[in-house]
Design a protein around this ligand. Sequence first.
Ligand SMILES: Cc1cc2nc3c(=O)[nH]c(=O)nc-3n(C[C@H](O)[C@H](O)[C@H](O)COP(=O)(O)OP(=O)(O)OC[C@H]3O[C@@H](n4cnc5c(N)ncnc54)[C@H](O)[C@@H]3O)c2cc1C
Ligand code: SF4
Length: 575
Amino acid sequence: MAVTAPNLNTKGRAQNTYDVIVIGSGISGGWAAKELCDKGLKTLVLERGRNVEHNKDYPTANLDLWEFPHRGGMTRQFLKDNPIISKAAGFGEDTAHFFIKDKDHPYVQEKPFDWIRGYQVGGKSLTWGRACQRWSNFEFTAPAKYGYGLDWPIRYDDVAPWYSHVEKFAGVCGHKDGIEAMPDGEFLPPFDLNCVEAHVQKKIKDYFPDRHLVQARWAHITQPTETHLKLGRGKCQARNLCMRGCPYGAYFSSVSATLPWAARTGNLTVRPFSVVHSVIYDEQKNKATGVRIIDAQTKTTQDYFARVIFVNASALNTNLVLLNSTSNRFPNGLGNDNNLMGKFVAFHNYRANVNADIAGFEDQYYYGRNPTEPIIANYRNLHQQDTDYVGGYTTFMGAFRPRGNTAGLTEEIGAAYQDALTQPGNWRVYMYMQGETIPKESNHVRLSTTEKDQWGIPLLITSVAYDDNDEKMIKDFLTQSTAMLEKAGCTNIKPNDSKQPPGLDIHEMGGVRMGHDPKTSLLNKYNQLHHCPNVFVTDGACMTSTGNQSPSILYMALTARAASHAAAEMKKGNL
Ligand SMILES: Cc1cc2nc3c(=O)[nH]c(=O)nc-3n(C[C@H](O)[C@H](O)[C@H](O)COP(=O)(O)OP(=O)(O)OC[C@H]3O[C@@H](n4cnc5c(N)ncnc54)[C@H](O)[C@@H]3O)c2cc1C
Ligand code: SF4
C-alpha cells in the first residue's frame, strides 16, 4: 500500500508569526498598530468584528432623514429585541450598523449594567463623542492623597509629551485656556461659543471666579495639517453626523486615521472575524507566545504567535480575555497572581443633568450644526477636599434653538404648524455631569462558570453599582449647576437625575489596573503585566482611577507611550 505524506502545513507556524499581535482595532488598538508599525514591527491586529473601510463602509453618511425607512427610528420589534444597545447615546437607524445586537453578545448582569459595544474594525472609535480633554495632575494624585484609591505609578509629566504626540496626529481642536485642572495641548483652532454660551460663560466668570466655562477639546480637524492631508483627512464641515462615519475624515477614528497610516508602512495585517479566546502562555519560556482565536464565521480555532502582545479589546473585554487565559502557571487568568483581576472596575457618573430656558438673544442664531460643546473644568476637591464626597466632576454645557418654533401649538399638522417650522424655537440651555466614581473591590467583573457564548467563551458577569459617594456628587452637581444657570438668568430650570444604571456612560474602566506594587496591581508603569511583561494592556482596563475627563485621549497617549517602550525593549532583546 502506498504511503502518502500527511497533509501537514509545516510552514504554518512561521506564516502565523508576527513581531507583535494587537487584540482589538478600536481607539487604543488602532494606536498600538500605528505606533508599532511605524517602528518597523510586523504587526497583526486581531478584530472580532467585520472589516470597515473608510468611506466605503459608511452607508448612511450622506442620507437625509427622510431617506431612512423609519425616519431614523427603530421598529418596536428591534427595540424589544435590543433593549440595552438601543439606549446608547446616538443610537438610531442611521448608526445601528456600528453597534452590536444584544442577542448576539449576551452577558450576565448580576447588578443592572448597560454594556455598550461596537464590534467591527474601528470599534467604538466610529461612534465615540470625540471629547478629548487631558487629565491634570490633580486626577493622577487625588486617589492616594485623599485615600480613596491606589496611587498611580505615573504622573501628568510622564504622559504630557505623549498627549502632544497623539493630539497632533489625531487632530484636536480647542483653546489654550491656562486652566490648572484641564491642561492645554496641541490644539487646532476651536469652534466658537454661540451667543448664549458666551453669555453663560461671562456670568459664571462674574459670580464664580474659580470656575471656568470654556470650549471643550474635540477630535475634529478644523485646520488640516500636512499629516492629516496625507491621509486624505479634511476640514470639519459642522454637519454633526459624525457617528455615521465622516466622508471628510474630519473626526478621529481608527478607520480614518491610525489603521490607514499603519497600512501605509507595509507592516500591518488586520484579521477581522477573529474572536480572541485567550493569550497563549508558554510554561517553559515563562512568557506569552501567542493568541488563540475562534474564527467568528467558521468557528474554527487558530493560533497566532508573536514576541509581544497588546491587549486592546476595550476595558471589560480585555478583562474577559485575560481571565480566560488560564494555564498551570496562571490558573486564575494571565498575570493574576493577586486575584485582583476583574476587580476595582469603575466608570463615569452621567446620571444628572439640568435643562433650562433663557429669554433674549432671539435675533441671533449660529452657524451649522456645531458638533462640539463647551465644558466647565472640574472645580471640586482640587487643592483640598472641599465637599462631603471624594473625586470631581466635569460639566458639559450647551445652548441651542430647536428647529421649529412650535411652542403653544397643539396640532402637528396644518399651515400654522408649517409656518412655525420655518422659525427657530426659543433658546434652551443644558448642563450634564461626567463624574469620577471610586474603584472598589466589590465593583467587579468575572467569568461565568456555567454559561458560554456561541464561540464557547465564558460569558462575562458584571457586578457594578453606584454608591453613596456618587449620590452626594449628584446632589452637589444639581445644586451647583442650578445656581450657575440662575445667575445666568435662566428660567424654568429643571434638575434631573436619570437614575440610569452604570454602563450607559460608555467609560467603563479598570480591572487590570496599573500600580507600583504587584501585590495590589496587575500592570507596571509601562502597562506591562507585572508577571508576564511581554503582554501590554493599554485600554481602559489599565485605569487605576477614573478621573473626571473623557478617557480615550489618555488611552491613546498611554498606548503610544507603551508601544515606544515595547519597541525599545524588543530592540534591546529584553522582550
Ligand atoms: C456613543 C459614544 C460616545 C462616546 N464619547 C466619548 C467621548 O466623547 N470621549 C471619550 O473619551 N470617549 C468616548 N466614548 C468612549 C470611547 O468610545 C471608548 O473609550 C474607546 O472607544 C475605548 O477604546 P478601546 O480601544 O478600549 O475600545 P473600542 O474602541 O471599543 O475597541 C475595542 C475593539 O476590540 C474588539 N474586541 C473586543 N473583544 C474582542 C475579542 N475577544 N477578540 C477580538 N477583538 C475583540 C472590538 O470589536 C472593538 O473593535 C464614547 C463611546 C460611545 C459609544
Ligand atoms: S461634523 Fe465634521 S466630523 Fe462630523 S460628520 Fe460633519 S464634517 Fe465630519
